[in-house]
Design a protein around this ligand. Structure first.
Ligand code: DGL
Length: 273
């Protein structure tokens, strides 16, 4: 089998915060990123749309040779991953693999809380899917988990409006609502790829003793562990340290905004499904 990059799919820019951690931890591996910026955000879309769009992205990455694709998007992981793994993969590509970000995060989340009270902030789609609660139940059944949907946070990040009183208002509002649900939270999981860019604002309104957990590092560590445990997949991953970026929308905008998420320069190519 020909060696190929690890595919990383997201609805747009957000997955670049996850890719950043992948490249830090696994610098030798080749990565091919695809952002569906033309149809972002996925956060408030129906199951059907998120599934249909995500499957198109995965198939495109397969057509580029990828043997392994990571859905670096919580909404796609919550609403599309299971169907793709169970229904589509056995038919379209039985030897290929698609992973998400929710399972690797939930496998470790309980290790980070001292008192067993965890808060989760995410898009409305991720929260309403119940995926985090279902997965956490398997690994940490005694963990006390409260969720808060923050529908304005992605648009604030996407428009670069993170440094003004309007942004403060929406961040404080959801932090306060979450703390009302459970005042004992000692760990806050940022279960959306955009939220690391709001970290300074979140910190402003979160009591200092609460630990903030961005998921990129956890997912990267779990990917490294997956590659170690699956030599039959790992052997097909190219290791020339290449990074390529694809977007379904304007390249100029992707290069400019994407660099903020990726914290390094990006030269993307536009594709159409
Ligand atoms: N990448 C998405 C997530 O992690 C956020 C952006 C969107 O709503 O599409 O949930």
């Amino acid at each position: 089998m020909e060696k190929a990059p690890i595919g990383v799919f997201d609805s747009g820019f957000g997955g670049l915060t996850i890719l950043r951690e992948f490249t830090e931890l696994l610098p030798d591996y080749d990565f091919l990123y695809l952002g569906d910026n033309a149809r972002t955000p996925y956060g408030n879309r129906s199951y059907e749309s998120v599934y249909e769009f995500t499957l198109q992205g995965v198939q495109y990455l397969f057509s580029q040779g990828c043997h392994l694709v990571v859905l670096a998007c919580n909404t796609a992981s919550a609403k599309a991953l299971r169907t793709i793994q169970q229904k589509d993969l056995p038919v379209i590509a039985p030897d290929k693999r698609v992973l998400g970000v929710i399972r690797p995060t939930t496998e470790r989340i309980g290790d980070h809380s001292a008192n067993g009270h965890v808060g989760i902030v995410a898009t409305a789609g991720t929260v309403s899917s119940g995926s985090y609660l279902m997965e956490i139940q398997k690994f940490f059944p005694d963990l006390h988990v409260s969720q808060e949907a923050c529908p304005m946070w992605v648009p604030l990040v996407e428009t670069g409006e993170t440094d003004n009183p309007g942004c403060d208002y929406f961040v404080q509002k959801h932090i306060d609502q979450l703390l009302k649900k459970d005042p004992d939270i000692d760990t806050l999981l940022l279960a959306c790829t955009h939220y690391p860019l709001l970290l300074p604002v979140i910190r402003k309104f979160l009591p200092a003793h609460i630990r903030v957990l961005p998921q990129g590092k956890i997912v990267a560590e779990q990917l490294a562990d997956y590659l170690y445990r699956h030599p039959e997949i790992e052997i097909n991953c190219g290791k020339n340290g290449t990074r390529r970026f694809l977007t379904t929308d304007s390249v100029e905008r992707f290069n400019e905004f994407g660099s903020r998420f990726y914290q390094s320069h990006i030269h993307a190519m536009q594709i159409h499904f």
